[in-house]
Design a protein around this ligand. Structure first.
Ligand SMILES: [Zn+2]
Length: 114
């Protein structure tokens, strides 16, 4: 967020869907999650860590049993790491984070290729 020249990535930045609400509650959680799922399915992004697989995020969120649900996705387009977090009592978080912030050994979602 420094300078106006920051390039918008057509893959990960474009996955953010606004809801038209008042910030920070201006993110359409379902649409954004679906957009991310589409990118993962298309091989443009990769789930690297998270509380649950992306496809289960909305169900778990609706179940209201967990305070926060986070997912880390690597963008194969711009090579950045995206943090997508749902908070039951707060605003969702959609931001890019440093790869070093990836929690080690957390959210292993099964065997990884390569
Ligand atoms: Zn990207």
């Amino acid at each position: 967020m420094t300078g106006a020249a920051a390039a918008e990535c057509p893959t990960c930045d474009a996955a953010l869907v606004r809801s038209g609400g008042a910030p920070p509650h201006d993110i359409d959680i379902a649409a954004t999650t679906n957009a991310l799922q589409e990118r993962v399915a298309a091989g443009r992004m990769r789930e690297v860590a998270g509380d649950v697989p992306l496809v289960d995020m909305l169900d778990l969120f609706a179940a209201d049993t967990k305070y926060t649900i986070v997912s880390y996705l690597a963008c194969s387009d711009c090579d950045r790491l995206l943090f997508w977090g749902l908070c039951i009592r707060g605003a969702p978080i959609f931001k890019h984070v440093d790869h070093a912030l990836l929690p080690p050994g957390r959210g292993d979602m099964g065997p990884t290729s390569s």
